[in-house]
Design a protein around this ligand. Structure first.
Ligand code: SF4
Length: 439
């Protein structure tokens, strides 16, 4: 609960008004803040590499410029437990002399000398895509390794979450055609989630009669093969449009959304039960039980305060839904991905509840929202957070703080609401810090 004194509140109001006036004047003069110059996303290679470098037996061959390679090497070590990436030399000389494909083929042969490598994803980024990689000139297999081209240039793929969609689709198109077994009452869960959430999903689905669950992205190549035989695909995050289309085209039933909040969780369980033709009485009973448990948590943790959620992961809006159910005022939320059909349910609900939503947002839009709504907490990107903290407002990085915790079912709701409550209460401490540093 926010315990700001009337004097503090008045000072803050003046502070904001002052800043906003300065900003408005600037806009009139040079239009600086009317221009939305800074999209909020990392290079799409982050998303693609995150999915594919983690696969056991995979060795990425990255077709890119040396400048990109330098930064992205960090990513693979960070995401893939010290697994390096290999890349052909792609400088102006190679690009202008037209040897790129030959160089990539040579690199593939070098990688395949290691017989333990089963998969070589050729990740084609901005420079290589601009130069043009013809897929038919790449081998399908080298030694023991399958070769899969994953095209994720930033000028085409506008955010790193959407690159995950492309990477998974590329793997499914190659491997899900040959499933290793038939699976009845089986589900593929699509979306990166916290391990405890995956366990909870498994437990709940087992209770309604689901016999097999595959989670993608997976570390196991066989999971991509087995995904070809599931009866239902459950797409947790709204940016997996290509993966959704892959399953729909095969006649697989698709369930969207996720088990966050009271009504969405109930509907999510029921939808999976319906899609698989499971026992209606048991499904209803489990759905009601989970709904009751989440409602009890939310009722016990009602809170006040104004929070802005402005991440770039593409899965921000379920958090907004949970916060609104708990009584929090969320006037603005933004994300790096496009508005998709899979996200339409959340879009309609949140808009109806008064939250202003931004897709493909820019830093400037987020900053203007902070000045306009004067929140008690911002859950944002690093660049937004540093700006917000200078205003004396608590701010945390969505990716580190939210994505590293459970959010599904009652347990996730409890963890998430406790976290937000504790952060909102830091408002006064941030105000004091700001005044201290201002002398
Ligand atoms: S040029 Fe393209 S591939 Fe390279 S870092 Fe930038 S967005 Fe990523």
């Amino acid at each position: 609960m926010n315990t700001t004194s009337p004097t503090d509140a008045l000072n803050r109001e003046r502070d904001f008004s002052n800043l906003f006036n300065i900003l408005s004047e600037q806009s009139k003069d040079d239009k600086t803040e009317e221009v939305n110059l800074h999209p909020q996303t990392m290079c799409p290679a982050f998303g693609g590499l995150r999915v594919i470098t983690r696969i056991d037996g995979a060795q990425v061959c990255m077709a890119t410029d040396k400048g990109c390679m330098y930064g992205l090497t960090f990513v693979t070590h960070f995401y893939a437990a010290k697994k390096s990436i290999v890349s052909p030399e792609l400088m102006s000389q190679q690009l202008s002399s037209g040897t790129m494909i030959t160089d990539i083929r040579h690199t593939l042969e070098e990688i395949a000398k290691d017989k333990s490598i089963r998969l070589i994803p050729v990740v084609s980024l901005c420079v290589a895509e601009t130069a043009g990689i013809a897929e038919e000139l790449l081998p399908k297999k080298v030694g023991n390794a399958e070769v899969v081209l994953v095209r994720i240039p930033a000028y085409l793929i506008k955010s790193h979450p959407e690159a995950k969609d492309i990477a998974i689709e590329a793997l499914l198109k190659r491997f899900a055609q040959t499933p290793t077994s038939e699976r009845k009452k089986s589900v593929a869960i699509i979306g990166e989630i916290f391990p405890l959430d995956a366990m909870m999903i498994g437990q709940v689905l087992e209770r309604i009669g689901v016999e097999s669950v595959i989670t993608l992205p997976s570390q196991q190549l066989d999971d991509y093969k087995d995904a070809g035989s599931v009866e239902c695909a459950v797409v947790l995050h709204p940016f997996y449009e290509r993966v959704e289309e892959f399953f729909r085209a095969r006649g697989v039933k698709v369930v969207g959304s996720n088990p966050v909040g009271v009504n969405a969780t109930y509907k999510w369980i029921k939808d999976i039960g319906d899609a698989l033709g499971l026992d209606e009485t048991i499904t209803e009973q489990v759905a009601q039980e989970e709904k009751t448990k989440i409602k009890a948590v939310i009722d016990a943790k009602k809170m006040k305060g104004t929070v802005i959620v402005a991440g770039y992961e593409g899965n921000e809006f379920p958090l907004v839904r949970l916060l609104l159910e708990a009584g929090v005022n969320v006037p603005y939320a933004s994300t790096s991905i496009a508005h998709t059909e899979l996200g339409e349910g959340d879009h309609k609900l949140l808009t109806m509840l008064g939250t202003e939503l931004r897709y493909r947002k820019t830093l400037e839009e987020d900053r203007r929202a902070v000045l306009k709504y004067k929140p008690d907490l911002v859950v944002g990107t690093t660049s937004l957070d540093s700006y917000v903290k200078e205003l004396g407002i608590p701010a945390v990085y969505y990716t580190n703080i939210i994505s590293s915790r459970p959010i599904y079912f009652a347990q996730g709701a409890s963890v998430m609401l406790d976290l937000i409550q504790s952060l909102v209460q830091k408002r006064d401490a941030f105000e004091k810090m700001k005044r201290f540093f201002e002398g």
